[in-house]
Design a protein around this ligand. Structure first.
Ligand code: DC
Length: 230
């Protein structure tokens, strides 16, 4: 009998802290983290490597590169691979971010990513972060969390991470505009599941967010008849 795997879905808009929170929650629970956005990014990076016609690809042209992209188990997560080599830095490049929403809007690409994510979760208990994990990829996930935060605060956090200093008001304003535009491009698939727990992180520290989600996860995994303590 194959055991049912535990899936915790963490969705939310850009810069809502999904990936870092998911990674941390996975560490705390001793399970694995899958970043679904990394697959959309890696496929975009593979297509960009093949030619500069970014933004002008058909779905078939993008999917031609799918065989060059994969996930390799690494630590408590998975490293994105392009052409067999780790590409964690390349997939965060500005050029990739510019084109990834177009790639992610292609239904065939979404089906391909979803299959990769489900395969990764087949073997392990996982925390998966993305946009549609609780709605489309794992509608039966044991716990679905949807993270939200004020756009200004998301922009501020992202800039602190990127610049490693306090950003100016003008910098935050500019980044907020960019984020709001990205939110609009990704809006179709970024919708909370009806049974998702919405967590507004605007006034929470990262530790608080993680604690809250770990507590929710423990509540849903502590089934009646479970004799383990805690
Ligand atoms: O979360 P991120 O910035 O790494 O996501 C990259 C892109 O992929 C972004 O355009 C949203 C999209 N995405 C998606 O459509 N569905 C997911 N499950 C994850 C990411």
């Amino acid at each position: 009998m194959s055991a049912r795997r535990l899936v915790i879905a963490i969705d939310g808009p850009a810069a809502s802290g999904k990936s870092s929170t998911a990674k941390w929650v996975a560490d705390r629970l001793g399970i694995r983290h899958v970043d679904s956005g990394a697959l959309y990014r890696a496929l975009t990076a593979a297509a960009l490597r093949a030619g500069p016609a970014g933004g002008d690809w058909s779905e078939a042209e993008v999917l031609r590169h799918a065989g060059r992209v994969g996930l390799r188990p690494e630590g408590r997560g998975f490293a994105p691979l392009v052409d067999g080599a780790p590409a964690a830095e390349e997939i965060r490049a500005v050029e990739v971010t510019r084109h990834v929403s177009t790639v992610a809007a292609m239904p065939g690409v979404r089906a391909w990513v979803n299959a990769q994510v489900r395969a990764a979760a087949d073997e392990h208990d996982v925390v998966v972060d993305g946009r549609d994990i609780g709605t489309a990829v794992f509608p039966d996930a044991a716990l679905k969390v949807f993270l939200v935060a004020d756009p200004w605060e998301r922009a501020r956090r992202r800039l602190i991470q990127r610049l490693e200093r306090t950003p100016t008001e003008a910098e935050v304003a500019e980044e907020t505009d960019r984020l709001v535009q990205r939110d609009a491009r990704d809006a179709t698939q970024t919708v909370p599941a009806r049974d998702a727990v919405v967590v507004d992180t605007t006034y929470l520290t990262q530790e608080d967010q993680v604690e809250r989600i770990v507590a929710l996860a423990r509540a849903v995994t502590h089934r009646p008849g479970d004799t383990s303590a805690g």
